[in-house]
Design a protein around this ligand. Sequence first.
Ligand SMILES: [Zn+2]
Length: 261
Amino acid sequence: MGYGDELMLSGLVKKAYDHLGRPVALGRYGKNYLEKECLWGEVFDNNPKIDRNPGIGARWIHEVKGNRPYIDYYSTQLRTDGKVSYKTYHPEPGEIFFTEEELEKYPEYEGYIYIEPNVKGSFGGNKDWGFEKWQKVVESCPFKFVQGRGRRLGGVAQVETKTFRDACALLRRCSFFVGTDGGLHHAAAALGKRAVVVWGGLVGPRSLGYDFHINLRGEGVQDCGSSRPCEHCRAAMDKVSIETVLRGVEEMYNAESIKAP
Ligand SMILES: [Zn+2]
């Protein structure tokens, strides 16, 4: 399960906790407490709303692997092209509970914009807007940007983040997030941060986006659900221009600086 899925699951944990008034157990899909299979991932560390030793009577929330609420499994099964059909879904912003130590990290990046030009995982490159285009965005703005580990953009500060949580601790200091859809836009939502998110042809904000983010997608682009290199996805990314992203970043910068004390 990826970080985005873990974060969306932490949103479901929050909802269940609010409803029940007590911690819930996290189960592996298709298993139950008799099989003693609890799910864990770094996103859930330190989360007091999760019951780590569930016994009889525990309430279970199940992981989303094989059970993803934004995938239409029925229609996916009927397809013969090996692609995925997505549903309309509104993810509940998740939660990350930082340790005292994590909360003290990276004060020097307060007010920076967190930018992520790198794409994790494969998806056939279909989530990659293009490193050079991100470079142009940075060069056309007077703002201070920081990024985590990975290929570094010129003119951008970099922190060699050790883990995803570490990246989230850095993001917590920043005013907002800029990048493509992935773990960090879900992290931004979990931290109550806004984001400028570039979407390609694989899946769109209708399924995995948050309304309080600026979601940029080429006009008329439909989801194709392909995780293989795809011409349609390449063309979908090319429809999001550097100017459009720049405008999004500037708009958000202005909105966030008004809010800042
Ligand atoms: Zn495609």
